[in-house]
Design a protein around this ligand. Structure first.
Ligand code: ADP
Length: 543
């Protein structure tokens, strides 16, 4: 890894910038270094200067050239700017690294870009890490059932049980999700698992990949160059094998995830992916989405590691929707939620920001219990359907036709639970709401939101992000028309300016986002958006 270490000094009317470059900890004495100085107030650029002509540079005069003094790259220039931005580029082995510094009142501080934050912030994620076995939804599925079963399926669709005790229930789940939006049901009858395993092998299986919000976000952070720590109550070799090598776990000390994989059985989800033109038994889906049939395991419940013994800067929690009401040893979901809350309160005492990532929760009883956690975390992330589920705990059938109605309920939720931050993503725009100024500045938040939008667009376009270069495609994807229209409406309705508005005690930040016309996949996009945005904002909190 190439690192730039710099120092800016002002002596009278001169400014001196000392830069050292390190490659895997070793000082590089022959790097190409270029520096751009920008006056923040006047927006005047000093001509870029560099050590060599490798960069496309133009220098004003001899004095404005960077001197390489045995590996200390030094630039001296005359300037009376009080506040300026210095961007330093260093090229080593044909790779260019960048660092931005802000100089103000005689002091410098670093301006990190979102990737710098992702790479340096110590993020802890728990607890759902599972294996997703993706299965195609197509006509071949219809051939697996006879006429009578088909009748039973159509009958059950009238009032779905939302739990899986038979093969019919799997079909009911798929069709119900095609009609009303993505859902996740638990498999209560183990014989269904055998049937699904065979189905997967019989050519209907598309791919196996990491699933679960904690697993998906941990992998994303690692791919982008970070070193997250993930906690999963069940971690088999197969689960760990699907995680990036830079993901760590706790067993009980922090180790690479493969060293912590000790479970024999894996937690598996069967994911039926469909798009808006798919049909099953002549019922047409009107959206892209998925139905998840999830295996249930006694051991798949969190026992959180000692919060005072982990070195972390941010926490992302998810997976509580998978809890069973009661376990064989008498443990209950209520007890686990209580312990989770105590753990979160421990994090709050250490001033570690906590975020709960929601998912659609079919079981109303469990939903009410999980919602208790919202009184304790700092931040929550969700999509429109999840917002509806939480809002409908207090109100009958709510309507969310546009951004303004979403803001109304985000505000209600923030107020009820005392949340510092609420994030909602929709197809076309993201809305973030903040209680007070204790979070990052609106500019920084917008940067985090833009970064998340780029990641989501790139992932939708290519199916997944496997390397940094996969992000480049985002530049060519255009903004959603719906998002832009909603932006205009909010400007009129609540006086929003540059995506920022004040609504009562809250600050709203709105971003129209990039949308891919024909996405390769949408699985995990919400997690990608929420997770990356929260991490970057945490990194920006004190800057
Ligand atoms: P998941 O549960 O898979 O994480 P969600 O339903 O929570 O997914 O979130 C999906 C989000 O992904 C949407 O709210 C939207 O912001 C984004 N998204 C979906 N489809 C696209 C697309 N084609 N292009 C860009 N972003 C998309």
């Amino acid at each position: 890894m190439v690192e730039i270490v710099s120092e800016v000094k002002r002596i009278g009317e001169y400014v001196i910038i000392f830069t050292r470059v390190f490659d895997s900890g070793q000082m590089v004495t022959d790097a190409d270094v270029a520096i751009v100085v920008e006056d923040v107030e006047e927006r005047i650029f000093l001509p870029r200067s560099s050590t060599t002509h490798g960069f496309s540079v133009y220098t004003i005069n001899e004095k404005n050239v960077i001197e390489n003094l045995s590996g200390v790259y030094t630039l001296i220039f005359k300037s009376l700017f009080k506040k300026f931005k210095v961007t330093i580029f260093a090229r080593v082995r044909d790779k260019t690294t960048k660092k931005v510094l802000l100089f103000e009142n005689g002091r410098t501080r670093e301006e990190k870009d979102p990737l710098d934050v992702i790479r340096t912030l110590k993020v802890f994620l728990g607890f759902n890490v599972n294996i997703d076995k993706i299965i195609y939804v197509d006509k071949r599925l219809e051939k697996l059932v006879n006429k009578n079963t088909r009748k039973a399926i159509l009958q059950d669709l009238i009032k779905p049980r939302k739990k899986i005790n038979s093969i019919e229930d799997v079909f009911v789940g798929i069709i119900d999700s095609m009609r009303y939006g993505s859902q996740e049901w638990v498999i209560e009858d183990p014989s269904v698992i055998k049937w699904l395993e065979n189905l997967y092998k019989d050519n209907l299986g598309k791919e196996t990949r990491i699933g679960g919000q904690a697993g998906i976000i941990a992998n994303l952070i690692a791919i982008l160059g970070g070193y997250p720590t993930v906690y999963s109550p069940v971690l088999s070799k197969e689960q760990a094998g699907l995680l990036h090598k830079n993901v760590f776990s706790l067993c009980p000390t922090r180790k690479p995830v493969t060293e912590c994989a000790d479970a024999k059985e894996s937690k598996v989800n069967w994911v039926f992916e469909f798009n808006r033109t798919d049909e099953l038994f002549n019922i047409r889906s009107n959206q892209n989405g998925r139905f998840i049939a999830g295996s249930q395991m006694e051991e798949y419940r969190p026992e959180w590691p000692d919060i005072n013994n982990i070195d972390i800067d941010a926490i992302i929690l998810a997976g509580l929707h998978l809890l069973k009401k009661k376990y064989r040893d008498g443990t209950t979901a209520e007890k686990i939620i209580k312990e989770t809350i105590e753990w979160i309160d421990g994090a709050a005492k250490r001033d570690i920001p906590t975020h709960l990532e929601l998912t659609c929760m079919e079981d109303e009883w469990l939903r009410e219990k999980i919602v208790e956690i919202l009184y304790h975390v700092d931040s929550v992330g969700m999509n429109k359907d999840e917002l509806r589920q939480i809002a409908e705990l207090d109100e009958e059938k709510i309507d969310l036709p546009d951004a303004l109605s979403i803001i109304k309920y985000m505000k209600k939720i923030a107020k009820k639970f005392g949340l510092k931050r609420v994030h909602v993503h929709t197809l076309g725009y993201y809305i973030n709401l903040y209680k007070d100024s204790g979070w990052a500045s609106p500019e920084k938040i917008k940067k985090a939101m833009l970064f998340a939008s780029d990641l989501a667009a790139a992932a939708a376009f290519s199916g997944s992000i496997e390397k940094m270069e996969d992000l480049e495609i985002a530049d060519s994807i255009s903004l959603s028309k719906t998002g832009l229209k909603e932006q205009e409406k909010l400007e009129k309705e609540i006086g929003m300016e540059n995506g920022v508005a004040r609504v009562g005690d809250y600050t709203i930040i709105f971003l129209p986002t990039k949308v891919v016309g024909h996405p390769k996949t949408t699985v995990g996009l919400g997690d990608t958006i929420s997770g990356s945005m929260f991490v970057v904002e945490c990194g920006y909190r004190y800057m």
